[in-house]
Design a protein around this ligand. Structure first.
Ligand code: PMT
Length: 224
């Protein structure tokens, strides 16, 4: 592991992986996020000397060596609580998690049975937007969001950067072969006033470049 020391003494909170929104004791709403991108970023931050807290949704990944603390959660509400518990002390927040936008309005403590009256109708309610909540804090850490898009990646990404008032946003195109669940990714990195394309590479390679860019902009902002 190479130590460039760009983040020595810097406290970084990263959320990663999917969230699962339980419907009943056997069923849930989820998504295909594996946590690989977020865990690779955690590893790259450690390599730069950062103190890393990793908040992980349900993933099957080992904690990268040197991560100071890992908190495992299942749902979006649990992920929000875990992030908010530690965010006061964070210098940088990186939101790589694929947080479910909705959860069921009412969890059924009994398995929902098939019956003659047909398929159940699930009422959904919106989950809190963890990234927007962190970005709205004052004071706040340096905030890096992600955007997973299947189309018009750059347009949607610029809109999210501005609407959520982020310091930086990494947008990725997602389909069956790249981005979500896959080993490779490609990122369109944008920040107020600039952008950079990070072409397709392994998530661990991309994470190193991304973390170098985050460190540079974090230090530049601190110096102003
Ligand atoms: O886990 P992998 O298999 O490695 O895949 C990586 C990834 C594709 C999941 C990752 O690179 C990625 O794009 N993460 C963000 C996925 C996402 O939910 O994008 P979004 O466009 O819906 O959300 C935008 C941003 O808001 C994200 O930073 C997300 O973490 C955050 N968000 C969204 C909803 C919500 N309720 N709370 C949030 O914090």
């Amino acid at each position: 592991m190479s130590h460039e020391n760009a983040l020595v003494g810097v406290k970084v909170v990263i959320d990663a992986g999917p969230t699962y929104e339980d419907i009943d004791p056997v069923r849930f709403l989820g998504n295909r996020s594996s946590g690989k991108m977020g865990f690779a970023i955690a590893e790259a931050c450690v390599a730069e000397g950062a103190d890393v807290i990793l908040i992980a949704g349900p993933v099957a990944l080992a904690t990268p060596g040197g991560v100071a603390c890992r908190v495992d959660v299942r749902s979006a509400l649990q992920m929000r609580d875990a992030v908010m518990k530690v965010i006061d002390n964070a210098d940088i927040f990186i939101a790589t998690a694929a947080v479910a936008d909705w959860r069921v309005a009412e969890y059924s403590s009994r398995k929902i049975k098939k019956n003659a009256s047909g398929a159940p109708v699930l009422e959904l309610v919106e989950n809190p937007d963890i990234l927007a909540e962190v970005a709205a804090r004052d004071p706040r850490p340096f905030v890096v969001g992600f955007a997973a898009e299947t189309d018009h990646v750059a347009e949607h990404a610029r809109e999210k950067l501005e609407r959520k008032k982020l310091d930086m946003l990494a947008a990725n195109h997602v389909d069956e072969n790249i981005g979500i669940g896959a080993d490779d990714n490609a990122l369109e990195l944008i920040w107020p006033g600039g952008s950079e394309t990070l072409p397709r590479a392994s998530k661990s390679q991309l994470a190193k470049t991304l973390v170098a860019r985050i460190a540079a902009r974090y230090h530049a902002r601190k110096a102003t």
